[in-house]
Design a protein around this ligand. Structure first.
Ligand SMILES: *[C@@H]1O[C@H](CO)[C@@H](O)[C@H](O)[C@H]1NC(C)=O
Ligand SMILES: *[C@@H]1O[C@H](CO)[C@@H](O)[C@H](O)[C@H]1NC(C)=O
Ligand SMILES: *[C@@H]1O[C@H](CO)[C@@H](O)[C@H](O)[C@H]1NC(C)=O
Ligand SMILES: *[C@@H]1O[C@H](CO)[C@@H](O)[C@H](O)[C@H]1NC(C)=O
Ligand SMILES: *[C@@H]1O[C@H](CO)[C@@H](O)[C@H](O)[C@H]1NC(C)=O
Length: 675
């Protein structure tokens, strides 16, 4: 009895001491916007403060890129600003979807990844714009949350998308080909060389390690999901055999024994290049097969990993090059917007592919026997590369602030493109690298929780907690000496109880019975207007001098909420400088609409002259008569976060946010979201 009480007390004492303080951490990293994150994100701390800081920054990227499509739910965007090639009116781009889902699988609120998966497999999205690994990413999401009904819900659409790629399949070679631009990687060796070195934005169709690995992983995912769903034996068998065939043909045809690397072979046959000849150099894309566990576990394929450790090959001083300095057109700049260099893949460091590489390296070190045994590349290298990538998030061109952009100079770590659309670009991952790699949660379909941290002796402590896995709350903690958390070693906690531990950083595994994941809440915003159009709902403002800019008014009802201070990504409608009088922002629903609450997002930045309003209220237009909404509970107004209001539900045709800017300050209304 005494013993039992003592051990129970030890557990309670221990947990109270070690559990991370969600309120303190979210408030430290997200300020007034902390409530959005509080119950949604896993917490992480580490003796490496850069990894910790970038981890939370990446959650701010995830949050900022959640676009609310109203009744269509949420999707993730790639750019904060609209770009000409996005799919309208959503602003979706399917090249980044795999990363978005892979990051989103760690969000405790499954709504974001589930809404997004529903969207991408609906008729609204452009599933064929770019090569994609969407089915594979949905599968990876299932491995974390364990919710089968959601994962199998789009299995028919997954097969249809998969099968549509037959238009890029060469039956003779048993391989898929792609134009590098459609792989979202313009100016690779194949496209430059197919132009005779003149250009390379378009063209250069080739059999690439990327698309073949994607289709391999998509086929595996479909086969796995069909097996879990049951009653789909033909699908299980046929997609498994498609995967096996792609794997075989990739290994047989794209592995180059001279370069000791997976490389492209040309599909195009023209004056400069010949069908099925190999390209003439190594590219970072040659590791994408490991991102998706395609290669066999052999010593010969394993040799490829040496190229990212060699300064004359793919190892740049500040990041991994996308191809090597020996290539004739390495880092030659072909394309500009004005005088700004545009995106290219002939050498620059790309967070996009660095993420794929680090996922692949984690796979290689975790479950390839040659990865663990040969010492060709080690955990130490993984930690160095992860830190080098984390460092890239600090933008030297913007005073060292946290700002991830498209691509970087390998020699300096400075961004190359730096356009208006570039800040806080979301076409890569980091959260997933930390949780599945560094912390080592190897999500799997079995009723098992397996943890194999890739963190090495350079880390004296880390703790990741508030992670939802198969319906349970889990935590992983490492303390080299016991000085940080009071217990030396590695331990895995399930629902607040230590489930297994070891004095070393090593693989730990515990059985874990699946329990239902928390229910998903899906309030639908009625205010969202996706396109800059005159269809309802439509915004309007009281201010006529200066004449309001329609795009700015639209920006306050476009479903995008973020508060980054950079002028390039300003988001919302700005009032004139306050003079003591009220202004209003109106939404006309075009028909009687029942409304009962709102989320107001105000930007605040004293340096730029923006502050929260001195006062605000909500008015409805009932049968043409304006009046304040009844029984309103006005939340305390906050800047760079959400101000909540609710009232007695009422049917209105129009609604207004009436507010008084402080004298001498402007108000930027980032979003007026009405439910
Ligand atoms: C493997 O690929 C090679 C080359 O594409 C092909 O000749 C061979 O028949 C394939 N083997 C199997 C078992 O599919
Ligand atoms: C490629 O082009 C050359 C020259 O036009 C031609 O001789 C050859 O047959 C073509 N190869 C294929 C596979 O089309
Ligand atoms: C590997 O690629 C290089 C460069 O294109 C080529 O010269 C070489 O012949 C290829 N090796 C094999 C074994 O095909
Ligand atoms: C918008 O509001 C202004 C007053 O600020 C008014 O003159 C104008 O008619 C309104 N436009 C629409 C379309 O309601
Ligand atoms: C005060 O500001 C309001 C709203 O911007 C504007 O309509 C009004 O003309 C201003 N009054 C003066 C005296 O400048």
């Amino acid at each position: 009895m005494k013993f039992l009480i003592a051990s129970a007390l030890t557990i309670i004492f221990h947990l109270a001491q070690a559990a991370l303080d969600a309120k303190a951490l979210t408030s430290q990293h997200f300020g007034n916007d902390a409530p959005w994150y509080l119950s949604r994100i896993p917490l992480f701390e580490s003796s490496d403060k850069t990894l910790e800081e970038v981890y939370y920054y990446r959650w701010s990227i995830f949050r900022a890129h959640q676009r609310d499509l109203g009744s269509n739910g949420f999707i993730s965007t790639e750019f904060l600003n609209d770009v000409g090639w996005q799919t309208e009116p959503w602003a979706s781009l399917n090249d980044a979807t795999g990363f978005h889902l892979q990051e989103g699988r760690w969000c405790r609120d499954r709504r974001f990844k589930e809404d997004y998966a529903t969207f991408i497999y609906s008729g609204d999205s452009n599933t064929r714009q770019f090569s994609e690994s969407m089915a594979a990413a949905v599968w990876q999401g299932y491995l974390v949350d364990g919710v089968l009904e959601d994962a199998v819900a789009r299995i028919d659409a997954m097969q249809a998308v998969y099968n549509a790629w037959v238009d890029s399949y060469d039956a003779d070679k048993g391989l898929y080909w792609v134009e590098p631009l459609r792989d979202a990687t313009e100016y690779t060796i194949s496209s430059i060389d197919a132009s005779g070195g003149i250009d390379g934005f378009t063209g250069g169709d080739s059999f690439r390690p990327s698309i073949n690995s994607f289709q391999y992983a998509n086929a595996k995912a479909i086969s796995n999901l069909a097996a879990l769903k049951g009653g789909m034996d033909d699908t299980v068998v046929s997609f498994n055999s498609k995967a096996a065939s792609i794997k075989n043909n990739t290994q047989t045809s794209l592995w180059n024994t001279t370069l000791i690397h997976f490389i492209d072979r040309f599909k195009v046959n023209n004056t400069y290049v010949r069908y099925f000849t190999p390209i003439r150099g190594r590219e970072l894309v040659g590791y994408v097969p490991w991102t998706h566990d395609l290669p066999d576990d052999t010593i010969s394929y394993a040799q490829a990993w040496s190229h990212i450790l060699d300064n004359s090959e793919l190892a740049g001083e500040h990041g991994l090059r996308t191809n090597e300095p020996s290539y004739e057109y390495y880092m030659r700049q072909y394309r500009y917007e004005g005088s700004n260099p545009e995106c290219q893949w002939n050498g620059p460091v790309w967070p996009f592919q660095t993420t794929q590489l680090l996922t692949g390296l984690a796979n290689f070190l975790d479950h390839y026997a040659v990865g663990a045994s040969t010492g060709l590349i080690t955990k130490t290298d993984y930690n160095k590369l992860l830190r080098q990538y984390a460092q890239l998030h600090y933008n030297p061109d913007r005073g060292g602030i946290l700002d991830i952009e498209e691509d970087y100079y390998p020699d300096t770590g400075a961004p190359i493109v730096g356009l208006k659309r570039s800040p806080h670009y979301f076409h890569s991952g980091f959260i997933d690298l930390i949780l599945s790699g560094f912390v080592g949660i190897r999500a799997c379909a079995d009723d098992v929780l397996e943890v194999n941290p890739l963190a090495d002796a350079s880390t004296t402590y880390f703790r990741a907690d508030s992670i939802l896995y198969h319906g349970h709350d889990i935590a992983v903690q490492w303390d080299a000496t016991g000085a940080r958390y009071g217990t030396q070693g590695l331990q895995v906690e399930v629902d607040g109880v230590v489930a297994t531990s070891s004095p070393e950083l090593t693989r730990l595994s515990v059985p874990i019975a699946r329990v239902a994941a928390p229910a998903v809440a899906r309030p639908v915003a009625k205010s969202v207007q996706l396109g800059l159009s005159t269809t309802y709902p439509v915004g309007n403002v009281s201010v006529t001098d200066p004449a309001p800019v329609l795009a700015d008014i639209h920006s306050a009802i476009d479903g995008r909420v973020f508060f980054f201070p950079e002028a390039d990504v300003a988001n919302g409608w700005d009032t004139p400088v306050g003079n003591g009088s009220e202004v209003w922002f109106q939404i006309d629903f075009g028909a009687s609409t029942t409304v009962a609450s709102a989320e107001l997002a105000f930007f605040a930045d004293g340096g730029q002259g923006f502050d929260t309003p001195a006062s605000y209220r909500v008015q409805g237009d009932v049968d043409g008569v304006w009046g304040d909404v009844e029984e309103a509970k006005y939340g305390e107004v906050v800047g760079n976060g959400i101000t909540n209001v609710e009232w007695k539900g009422v049917s209105v045709e129009k609604i207004r946010l009436v507010f008084k800017p402080k004298v001498g300050s402007k108000v930027r209304l980032v979003e007026f979201k009405v439910f």
